[in-house]
Design a protein around this ligand. Structure first.
Ligand code: GLU
Length: 475
């Protein structure tokens, strides 16, 4: 049987990094088994769901490269995703069928009545749950004017066992379950009902989601049983914690997938990192997506929560930056430079940026750092020198640069070797260290004291620009 998995976000905010991990595990499982990966937008909560949030989520999915198979507008009423809200009639129909079969019933209790019930339970130290007051009452006793909800007639004895692919076999006593609402008084389905009906109708074979849904699973299983539907397999993923061990949240910074894009992470690095949260293959850290597809399975998912580790993410990102083609990397860094410079780069500057990459790549961990460490190439003259760079330009250093300028001007072959030759010969002639002239040159050319190899920087800047920047610095 073909595997069908789904990612089912509620569009009430951004695509959370934890949600992205759930999406990735589903996507990988589909690819690994040659199955289908569906996206279902759970937009039944009309007050909290927004179109902007849907867009943000779709955008994050595309950025990570997780395309979904049910994206054809023809099957989705013109949308490129499945909207749960659009299926509300079908959900209601299932709820009514459950009433017909005796698996569910109408409950006419008013909100005030339920509030009193809970207050009494609380006062008596009892668990607060619906007490089944309409479970066996005939509809003929229904009060006038109350729109009933439909509740599940949950089993009250025995136990329910779920065999989870990650967590193992878990059993709960049925007396823990309550007669949950399936259909609200206004005819809208609850999340519990909509999820099960959709999973069934979409042919979902494996439900892979965060373990915060574990208790929902026991309740949802009752609906499958009541409808006589085959249960899917379940795989509940352990939580992701922040570096401090608390549940990952906004407080830890960068909760959204878009935060990682904005900070200059590559999508392949983020996927690789997310994969390593709770899943492992020996000691492998760098696992490109093709390899991940081949290796991914449930057996290697750990049971304990994973801790988010920015150092590890940076390390992985640096690896993928190093492995990216220079031209492509320049294109990826382009928007960050645009932001830093307040203008886009010209095509000539773009090829200069690509040529700078071999020396930049080993020094950076993010695309943003590429921008910070290459922006000096494109800054307007005269460059603003930082304090340390200023300090290197002592009167002696300036005097040396002045003499060196004559030699640079005379240079016909403006390569880094030739420039270095001039500087080395000069340092020997004057019996000074190379650094005593190379560092001031760095200050003059880059405005800072850290940069890629300075003679290479000079070659890339070109003779005219080098002469102009040195003159700016020594005058
Ligand atoms: N819509 C639910 C959520 O965002 C997920 C439901 C599910 O995966 O079953 O948490």
């Amino acid at each position: 049987m073909q595997t069908v998995v789904r990612f089912a976000p509620s569009p009430t905010g951004f695509l959370h990094i934890g949600g992205a991990r759930t999406a990735l595990f589903n996507w990988l499982y589909a690819k690994h088994t040659g199955g289908k990966f569906f996206l279902r937008v759970e937009d039944t909560d009309r007050e909290r769901s927004t179109p902007e949030s849907v867009e943000t989520i779709l955008d994050g999915m595309r950025w990570l490269g997780m395309n979904w198979d049910n994206n054809d507008p023809k099957i989705n009423n013109g949308r490129n995703y499945y909207s749960q809200f659009e299926k509300r009639e079908r959900h209601a129909e299932v709820a009514r069928a459950m009433v017909e079969s005796g698996a569910a019933y109408y409950c006419y209790a008013t909100p005030q009545e339920l509030e009193t019930m809970r207050a009494e339970q609380k006062a008596n130290g009892l668990p607060q749950k619906y007490d089944g007051r309409w479970r066996d009452r005939p509809a003929s006793e229904a009060p006038a004017g109350v729109k009933p909800v439909i509740r599940l007639k949950a089993p009250q004895t025995g136990e329910t066992t779920v065999r989870d692919e990650v967590m193992g076999t878990i059993t709960v006593q049925n007396n823990q379950l309550d007669d949950m609402v399936l259909l609200r008084g206004d005819g809208n389905p609850t999340y519990m009902l909509a999820v099960v009906v959709d999973d069934h109708d979409m042919g979902v074979t494996h439900v892979i989601r965060g373990d915060d849904h574990m208790t929902n699973t026991f309740r949802q299983v009752q609906i499958y049983k009541a409808m006589g539907w085959e249960l899917p397999s379940f795989a509940h993923l352990p939580m992701i914690l922040g570096p401090d061990g608390a549940k990952l949240s906004k407080r830890h910074g960068a909760p959204a997938v878009s935060d990682y894009r904005d900070r200059g992470y590559l999508p392949e690095a983020v996927c690789n990192y997310l994969l390593r949260l709770c899943w492992s293959h020996g000691d492998e850290e760098i696992i490109p997506i093709e390899q991940a597809i081949e290796w991914f399975d449930f057996d290697s998912i750990g049971k304990s929560p994973a801790r988010f580790d920015f150092v590890k993410l940076n390390h992985i990102n640096a690896h993928y930056i190093g492995a990216t083609d220079d031209k492509k990397l320049a294109e990826l860094a382009r928007p960050f430079l645009k932001e830093a410079l307040g203008r886009d780069l010209t095509e000539a500057e773009m090829s200069m940026l690509a040529s700078a990459m071999p020396d930049i790549k080993p020094r950076v961990q993010t695309l943003r750092e590429i921008a910070t460490s290459t922006q000096f190439y494109f800054m307007p003259r005269p460059l603003k020198l930082d304090d340390k760079a200023q300090k290197n330009l002592t009167p002696e250093a300036k005097a040396h640069l002045k003499e060196l300028l004559l030699k640079i001007e005379a240079l016909s072959d403006f390569t880094h070797d030739a420039i270095e030759q001039i500087f080395r010969a000069y340092s020997e002639e004057k019996a000074i260290k190379l650094g005593a002239i190379a560092q001031p040159l760095r200050s003059a050319l880059t405005g800072t004291t850290v940069s890629p190899p300075i003679f290479k920087v000079a070659e890339l800047l070109g003779k005219t620009e080098v002469i102009a920047r040195v003159k700016d610095a020594i005058l």
